[in-house]
Every structure is written in structure tokens, then in C-alpha cells.
Unconditional design. Structure first.
Length: 96
């Protein structure tokens, strides 16, 4: 069974859990599993958190659920996603 990387610092948000899948031979995808019921489906609902390259030991923000994007520092990610915030200078002052 594939597990989260040892340096993964986040705890899942309330009502969620992390799942890991093999994406490519050296890359795993990290998914956020929603543990709640939705009216539009009875299937489990997952959101891609990001990707991890096991040989390089690097994290990548997702472009979409099938494609890794830019390399990111784990310290600049959030429990819900590895996608980076694109804030203007005023927003940076407000949210940091």
C-alpha cells in the first residue's frame, strides 16, 4: 500500500482524509477524500491535492487531476490543496 510521504506536514481538514495513488513510476498523486454524501452521486468524491516525485522528493501543484504543474514547497501549501495563491500586494498583506 502506498503511503503519504514522511515529510508531508498537513493534517486532513475536518470531514476529509488523504488517499495516495500511483500516478507514474516515480510520481504519486495525493487526493483529498470527501467523507460526506452528495446529492448528485453515490460514488466517493475525491479532489486532487497535488503530486509528489519520490526520487526527487519534490511536491508539485496540480494543473488538473492528471497533470502535475509547478514545483512547490510543502511549507507554501495548504491542507486542501498544493495550488499556490496568486495574491496582489494588498491581498498579501491581508492574508499573511
Amino acid at each position: 500500500m502506498i503511503e503519504l510521504p514522511t515529510d508531508f506536514i498537513h493534517e486532513p481538514p475536518k470531514g476529509y482524509e488523504y488517499k495516495v495513488r500511483q500516478h507514474k513510476p516515480n510520481i504519486i498523486s495525493i487526493w483529498l477524500y470527501h467523507r460526506r454524501d452528495y446529492v448528485y452521486t453515490s460514488d466517493p468524491v475525491y479532489t486532487v491535492w497535488g503530486f509528489y516525485h519520490s526520487k526527487r522528493q519534490k511536491y508539485y501543484a496540480p494543473i488538473n487531476s492528471k497533470k502535475p504543474g509547478e514545483e512547490v514547497s510543502i511549507n507554501n501549501t495548504r491542507p486542501h490543496t498544493a495550488m499556490q495563491l496568486n495574491l496582489n500586494p494588498l491581498e498579501q498583506c491581508m492574508y499573511q
